[in-house]
Design a protein around this ligand. Structure first.
Ligand code: SAM
Length: 394
């Protein structure tokens, strides 16, 4: 996501990812398509969600910017192809149409050259509408998308309720006023999720129940006479690694923030070294909050690993560490060097803040003990990396 320029938030990426997984679980099949790909930021995510045999279709005016009346984005075919080369296994299989979306009605978007077709074509399971943001283009593009939508498919419209792009709202409502076979299932994090009226109940259920525990804000609303879900998803990136693979692991450097998961409450050095934080009082308290997006992985007991270094010297070759927690785990041992310890975390505990109390024996200031040291802070242990593995091996 950080490597391709464009417009895409972590919340809508996670919603799209989970929606796609849900479709696949239910046997929904089809291509993915996008009108308005710019450099491919969202398109690449969609293309990576394709299952074997599913195709990816990209439509943009690219360099023909005279066909982009409201200057929404700036397509660039070379940049787009480069994104496909870098991120997709089979970039040659992407179907690319350089054209004005207003010309797509009645055309076969699966075929090069966009031949005319009289039949209603079905075959796209996720269709993103993000081209020109005028009301005319938005209404046109949504209808083009529904002409090719597979059963169980979803049309995702960007910039819904974005005050900078009022044409999108107008275009959406033009379609909804005219066609009662199209319904809103949900909207959030700048995207709107439209479905065939016959799929509304199932997709509404996905947004209102299946992923509801990930929302940081949500409200049951009504749009054009049908139930819809408003939502925001935060901390979404915590659930992915750099390859967009789901990652059931929270990694954070103690005191440095990481994903903002570790909160140092009392007993810690105010100055934090890059690699961790020293305990400066006989007792230090910290809490770890697992981002909501990661809690979906908490289907079994987790494992919390901490790496700690004792402050030891010639007169104190080891130091006793005791850790007590609010999730039933504890630790007590004499440490002589940097050590990684593991604490079991029961599955249910992941939903609350994990509290840890460290007792590292009376801290001592290195100044006066280590020759040449000017560090007058009383120190006992440095807590370094912290890793919470939500799917540890059995
Ligand atoms: C907001 S950008 C799309 C952002 C993109 N989806 C992303 O993930 O970053 C809008 C894109 O729509 C394209 N566009 C504008 N007018 C269009 C039209 N009439 N037909 C097709 N594409 C158009 C622009 O060239 C631009 O690449």
């Amino acid at each position: 996501m950080n490597n391709i320029s464009g417009w895409l938030g972590p919340g809508s990426s996670l919603a799209t990812f989970l929606l796609s997984e849900w479709q696949v679980r239910r046997g929904v099949q089809g291509a993915i398509a996008e009108i308005g790909v710019h450099h491919g930021k969202y398109f690449i995510l969609l293309a990576l969600l394709c299952q074997p045999g599913e195709r990816a279709i990209a439509i943009d005016v690219f360099e023909d910017q005279h066909l982009n009346p409201d200057r929404s984005g700036l397509g660039d075919l070379q940049q787009f192809r480069r994104s496909c080369e870098i991120w997709l296994d089979r970039p040659d299989e992407v179907i690319v149409h350089q054209c004005d979306s207003l010309l797509l009605a009645g055309r076969d978007i699966f075929s090069p050259g966009l031949p005319q077709t009289a039949e209603r074509r079905e075959g796209v399971r996720i269709f993103s509408v993000d081209g020109s943001h005028t009301a005319q283009h938005t209404a046109n593009d949504i209808q083009v998308a529904f002409d090719t939508l597979a059963p169980g498919g979803v049309v995702i419209v960007d910039d819904f309720y974005n005050p900078r792009w009022p044409g999108v709202q107008e275009g959406v409502h033009r379609v909804l006023n005219r066609r009662n076979d199209i319904a809103v299932a949900a909207y959030g994090d700048n995207k709107l999720y439209l479905v065939q009226a016959s799929d509304h109940a199932a997709v509404y259920d996905f947004f209102s129940r299946e992923i509801a525990d990930l929302y940081t804000d949500t409200k049951a609303v009504e749009v054009c006479g049908r139930d819809a879900v408003y939502f925001t998803l935060k901390d979404a990136l915590a659930a992915f690694d750099s390859k967009l693979d789901r990652c059931a692991r929270l990694t954070s450097t103690f005191g440095q923030g990481g994903e903002g998961a570790v909160r140092l409450i009392s007993g810690w050095a105010p100055h934090r070294e890059a690699e961790g934080t020293w305990i400066t009082k006989p007792k230090a308290v910290a809490a770890i909050t697992v981002p909501r997006a990661l809690r979906i992985f908490a289907n079994r007991d987790a494992c919390l690993s901490l790496t700690l270094t004792p402050f030891v010297h010639a007169n104190r070759p080891s130091r006793r560490l005791a850790i007590s927690t609010n999730f039933g785990a504890g630790f007590e041992q004499e440490l002589i060097a940097t050590t990684r310890i593991e604490l079991p975390v029961p599955r249910q505990a992941v939903k609350k803040a994990l509290e840890l109390v460290f007792d590292g024996e009376t801290p001592e200031a290195p100044a006066g003990i280590l020759p040449g040291s000017t560090d007058t802070r009383p120190l006992s242990f440095m807590v370094r990396e912290c890793e919470l593995d939500l799917e540890p091996p059995d």
